[in-house]
Design a protein around this ligand. Structure first.
Ligand SMILES: [Zn+2]
Length: 219
């Protein structure tokens, strides 16, 4: 069944969506110029283009469980190659690391015994261990839900730190031509909080400007 549903979606795309955006797809067939690298969890509930209302060609995506970025040169592989290509070749101006609420991977970090039979997952989650250690002291102080959120947020901050160890990222930061952003997507609320380096905490992104008060009219 599920693949039939996927194929029906493909048919609908070809019949209705593609013709509407034919010019865009023709341009994209020849080149891409994404503005940002978006690194997020592989979780099926995250749709980066839906969340940011971006079109095909605007976001370069790296999707991996736990939105983890191994420190360079540890675990050189798909994630590090994607970063190097996006930052060094495509020249994106921004990198966003986006964690999310109810992340199964973050729950796994808190319960590593349950993951022992999964050798690859367990090894991968080692990269989130510094985040766990950083928040460990608040375990038992915070409610379980708040502790999971604290770990999720800290993990984003740690992965941004790891990003800085990649030579392509470090070179662009040195030039001042790259910005790094830490996000947490709150799935049930449809909101995003972003890491404020000055406040050292996550704050809600205000996407709508407050209304200007009407200028006073003279009597
Ligand atoms: Zn996740």
């Amino acid at each position: 069944m599920p693949v039939d549903q996927i194929l029906r979606g493909l048919k609908r795309f070809q019949k209705k969506v593609y013709p509407k955006h034919r010019e865009l797809f023709r341009k994209l067939a020849l080149q891409q110029r994404p503005t940002a690298l978006f690194i997020t969890c592989a979780d099926s509930r995250i749709d980066p283009c839906l969340l940011t209302q971006t079109k095909p060609g605007e976001l370069f995506l790296s999707r991996v469980i736990g939105n983890i970025v191994p420190r360079y040169p540890e675990s050189i592989g798909g994630v590090s190659a994607t970063i190097e290509y996006a930052v060094g070749v495509l020249g994106v101006s921004d990198v966003i690391v986006c964690g999310h609420t109810d992340c199964g991977v973050m729950k796994g970090v808190l319960n590593p015994e349950a993951l022992k039979p999964l050798a690859s997952v367990s090894a991968w989650l080692e990269h989130a261990e510094p985040a766990r250690l950083a928040v460990e002291k608040s375990r038992g102080v915070l409610s379980d839900a708040d502790f999971l959120l604290a770990l999720t947020e800290r993990n984003v901050v740690e992965q941004i730190g790891n990003l800085r160890t990649h030579p392509s990222v470090a070179a662009r930061l040195e030039k001042g031509s790259l910005k790094l952003h830490g996000w947490v997507y709150h799935i049930g609320k449809g909101i995003v909080t972003t890491y404020n380096t000055r406040l050292e905490r996550f704050v809600r992104v205000r996407t709508v400007k407050p209304r200007k008060s009407k200028p006073r009219t003279r009597a």
